[in-house]
Design a binder for this molecule. Structure first.
Ligand SMILES: [Ca+2]
Length: 88
């Protein structure tokens, strides 16, 4: 068996699991790298499309970096709230 092929397959498995397990960043969503996330690009992520209306604050049909940053801040705050608040 080709050793290089084995190594390439392993590398692919490792990088694939990193993408699946890690939170995606703005650049990962911006597939065509035009600096904006379109609805089409957001469709790659069910979580992102589910939040699309909330994310697109100025309703121009694109999510820019400022809008994406707001979502990240909101998510961080939610996580902090969950850690701080005692269960009801
Ligand atoms: Ca927008």
């Amino acid at each position: 068996m080709n050793k290089n092929l084995v190594l390439a397959t392993l590398a692919l498995m490792v990088s694939g699991s990193v993408v699946a397990g890690d939170k995606m960043s703005y650049k990962d969503f911006d597939a065509n790298q035009d600096g904006m996330i379109s609805a089409e690009e957001a469709a790659a992520s069910p979580a992102l499309s589910a939040q699309w209306t909330a994310l697109d604050a100025n309703a121009d049909g694109m999510i820019d970096q400022a809008e994406f940053a707001k979502m990240e801040v909101r998510e961080m705050q939610q996580q902090q709230n969950m850690q701080q608040m005692p269960p009801e």
